[in-house]
Design a protein around this ligand. Structure first.
Ligand code: KG4
Ligand code: ZN
Length: 339
């Protein structure tokens, strides 16, 4: 059978990315132009700036992805592009670019769901992983516990009612003066702190056993910091970071293991930017070992936004016959499992 080469494009938030993926699981190139340094100036992603930067970078990023993979457009079987969810102006840049190339070069177009991409990142380095499995998706915008029944069949068991896990990391990081993006900085600082120094709440929802809530935890951290400030007591930032992180991880691990057991899943994966958190990986690994569940995670570079994961998801869509028309549009609040 002829090789299926996907040129993938991702521009849903603050990374302009392109990749070439061969036969669904082999990454020939993975080029990411991050805007993080730019947005750090403002303490978070500024949508207008993100769109403008995507426009400036996208052609260069695609050319580099093709060059690094040593292929040209004539070798490409299909173009995969993220069309939602995400920032509408940012998504539109990738979608318009993908449509233009598809039209000009006569290459089929496949619209991809960003979260499906995150989940599919697990297939890149775990060649033996196949559905069914349970996947905990923890990113800056999403916290979902998903049952991956088949390559294209996703069932959301639980989701966050308020802040996403990554959002909580970013907000707490800002409160203790670490800056944006907070996740990696809390991850690092927490290694020097005591996770049992401060007891922060672990939210339990009476309705929705797999749902998450992180806004109460975030408020508890802010109240703690405020209390110290009022009493003139010093704050040990490392202890706050470690104790906050432990509270988030406890809930994530508990829900994921509970779901895996309830649905008799012997494989559990994690995905999204927060999945690169070293303590979360260690805690999941340990809990899975205890329960006899196989644990999978992508390398950090495939956890945060990238186009290789979009290429993998596009491959499975392409093989199933999915083709998007030139009327493909950005859908900022696209739901998982909808097509
Ligand atoms: O998946 P992603 O790149 O973008 C979205 O689709 O949202 O996730 C970005 C999020 C940010 O909130 C960032 O702080 C968080 O992932 N993150 C981390 C770590 N690395 C990135 N959170 C905790 N620990 C990390 N090491
Ligand atoms: Zn993402």
């Amino acid at each position: 059978m002829e090789d299926v080469l996907i040129l993938a494009i991702e521009s849903s938030c603050d990374e302009t990315a392109a990749a070439v993926v061969k036969n669904g699981r082999e990454v020939l190139s993975n080029v990411i132009s991050s805007q993080i340094a730019l947005h750090t100036l403002y303490g978070g992603v500024v949508p207008e700036i993100a769109s403008r930067k995507h426009i400036e970078k996208i052609n260069q990023v695609i050319t580099e992805a093709l060059d690094q993979a040593r292929v040209s457009l004539s070798d490409i079987t299909a173009i995969g592009v993220t069309y939602g969810p995400g920032l509408v102006g940012a998504l539109l840049v990738g979608v318009a670019e993908a449509k233009a190339i598809s039209y000009a070069a006569g290459i089929p177009l496949v619209g991809v769901h960003h979260i499906e991409g995150h989940i599919c990142a697990n297939y890149i380095e775990n060649k033996e992983l196949e559905p069914p499995f349970l996947c905990l998706v923890v990113s800056g915008g999403h916290t979902h516990l998903v049952r991956v029944a088949d390559y294209r069949t996703y069932e959301i068991l639980g989701r966050t009612r308020d802040d996403a896990a990554g959002e909580a990391f970013d907000k707490v990081a800002r409160a203790i003066g670490l800056g944006y993006p907070g996740g990696p900085k809390i991850d690092k600082l927490a290694r020097e702190g005591n996770p049992e120094a401060i007891v922060f709440p672990r939210a339990k929802l009476s309705d929705g056993e797999y749902d998450f809530s992180f806004s109460g935890l975030k408020s508890a951290v802010l109240n703690y910091l405020n209390g110290c400030h009022m009493k003139g007591e010093p704050v040990c930032e490392a202890d706050v970071a470690a104790s906050f992180q432990r509270a988030v991880i406890d809930v994530l691990v508990e829900h994921a293991i509970h779901g895996a057991k309830a649905f008799r899943m012997d494989q559990l994966a994690i995905a999204g930017g927060v999945a690169s958190n070293s303590s979360l990986r260690a805690a999941m690994e340990e809990a899975c070992r205890r329960e006899g569940i196989r644990f999978y995670h992508p390398s950090p570079i495939f956890c945060t936004d990238n186009a290789a994961m979009i290429g993998v998801a596009a491959y499975y869509e392409y093989m199933a016959g999915t083709r998007s028309g030139l009327d493909l549009n950005a859908v900022p609040n696209l739901k998982l499992g909808e097509r």
